[in-house]
Design a protein around this ligand. Structure first.
Ligand SMILES: Nc1ncnc2c1ncn2[C@@H]1O[C@H](COP(=O)(O)OP(=O)(O)OP(=O)(O)O)[C@@H](O)[C@H]1O
Length: 296
């Protein structure tokens, strides 16, 4: 077990509310997925019991990854689970079946859409609420959705919050009606929230030389896959296009751009095609790049 799993599972299995903080890639996902499965299993949750747990994730892509873990870890259980995220056209079919699902993994907006629109959508028996990347969900961007969601959930429930940074904001905790929560911060002494094996280098470069420097860096790391983070879509199109010209003119190698927008949306943009790609394409891009060596 990882540190966060060892620290959180005993408390969580006893029914405590948890505020868990641990570095990225420290095994938080498995910590709450195991708890959800175990809790519902102990309660002998069955198909007729409806929604037993809701796991909220700030983005569609992260929700999709959680769903994959749930499918893999929970394959020997009989629970039904659904991925409720925006960007899909089958919302009417979702509405027909959502009440039959035991575990929902969702983004805040899609969950709220079901709460508002799906006839007889019933979470009144829900046992466990999980907020993954809780710091982002508690952020003001999701305030309206989260308040509306919480107001429709049963007060008597177990609530688990997991993120890379700990929240102790009284306001946040009051909004979620946590009961005497356990604060678990397994990497409190760490200087950064990223894994120690991740090598991080900063280069301070005059503005007018930044693109040349990036280009030289790319050329000297041809064996690596490289993610380039830029501040906005506009910047991504501009600088990405310029780099693409460099690559094309010199015919050095094939280049694609992975552009992160709003810090949480990852998608690939081909030259001359800077429109928003479909969710399926974004998911495919993420899957394709899951296990490659990346240079950031
Ligand atoms: N107990 C374990 N033993 C071995 N590997 C594990 C264990 N728990 C999780 N892992 C693996 O560690 C990797 C990172 O786990 P996970 O994605 O759950 O981390 P995380 O803390 O949720 O990351 P993030 O902050 O990015 O959401 C995954 O590949 C997962 O399969």
């Amino acid at each position: 077990m990882t540190d966060i799993q060892r620290a959180s599972l005993p408390h969580a299995l006893c029914g405590c509310d948890i505020l868990g903080a641990a570095k990225t890639s420290s095994g938080k996902t498995l910590a709450f997925i195991i708890l959800v499965l175990e809790k519902l299993y102990r309660e002998r949750w069955g198909p007729e019991d409806g929604v037993g747990s809701i796991i909220i994730s700030p983005t569609r892509e992260l929700a999709g990854q959680l769903f994959d873990v749930l499918k893999s870890v929970g394959k020997h259980h009989n629970f039904s689970a659904g991925l409720l995220i925006g960007g899909r056209k089958d919302v009417d079919m979702e509405k027909e079946h959502v009440n039959e699902l035991n575990i929902l993994i969702c983004t805040p907006s899609r969950l709220l859409q079901h709460m508002d629109e799906t006839p007889n959508f019933d979470c009144s028996q829900m046992q466990v609420l999980v907020l993954d990347e809780a710091d982002r969900i508690l952020d003001s961007g999701f305030k309206r959705e989260l308040n509306a969601i919480i107001s429709q959930l049963p007060k008597c429930r177990q609530t688990l919050l997991f993120s890379a940074t700990q929240t102790k904001s009284v306001q946040d905790l009051a909004r979620l009606s946590l009961t005497d929560p356990e604060y678990l911060s397994v990497h409190e002494e760490s200087v950064t929230a990223t894994p120690t094996l991740l090598k991080q280098i900063v280069m301070v470069v005059p503005l007018d030389q930044k693109l040349d420097m990036l280009w030289r860096f790319i050329k000297t790391h041809l064996q690596s896959k490289i993610l380039v983070f830029l501040s906005s879509c506009k910047q991504s199109s501009l600088q990405g296009g310029r780099l693409y010209e460099y690559a094309n003119n010199k015919l050095v190698f094939k280049i694609w751009f992975l552009i992160v927008r709003n810090k949480n949306k990852l998608f690939r943009v081909a030259r001359h095609s800077f429109g928003e790609p479909s969710l399926r394409r974004k998911e495919k891009t993420l899957r394709e790049n899951k296990n490659v060596k990346l240079t950031l």
